[in-house]
Design a protein around this ligand. Structure first.
Ligand code: ZN
Ligand code: MN
Length: 133
């Protein structure tokens, strides 16, 4: 049974909302496939891209060459483990003001800054425990 486009998109979004680990299209596909065996990786990727373009989810490009996706569109930051590649939510009070800070430091710049992209890199708790043990 083929799923309607809108239904496919909802299934993919519903799955993403159950995950806090910022999965790639591959991971979404592997999971959604259990319930919808006829869905293709291409369909999953296209729908994730469309949802991101529509602003219903976030697309994260953290530098590992593969897009990660986040159903949480609220303002928050991400930590990327340089050992295992996991992408973890980080809250930050004040970093949102980075735009004002940068504008204040660049008085000769006469454009308008409308946003910024910031990722934090390091070693996650699990990987730290592995090196310590
Ligand atoms: Zn790690
Ligand atoms: Mn997130």
């Amino acid at each position: 049974m083929a799923l309607k486009y809108s239904r496919q998109r909802q299934v993919i979004k519903d799955f993403l909302m159950t995950r806090k680990d910022h999965p790639t299209a591959d991971v979404v596909y592997m999971n959604v496939r259990h319930e919808y065996p006829n869905i293709s990786l291409g369909t999953v990727y296209r729908n994730l891209s469309l949802l991101a373009d529509l602003g219903e989810i976030k697309r994260l490009r953290v530098g590992d060459g593969v897009d990660h996706f986040d159903a949480d569109t609220s303002d928050h930051y991400h930590f990327v483990c340089t050992e295992c590649g996991s992408v973890i939510d980080l809250m930050s009070d004040g970093l949102e003001r980075i735009t004002e800070t940068v504008e204040a430091a660049n008085t000769g710049f006469d454009g308008e800054i409308i946003g910024h992209v910031t990722y934090f890199y390091g070693v996650c708790g699990d990987c730290r425990k592995k090196t310590l043990s």
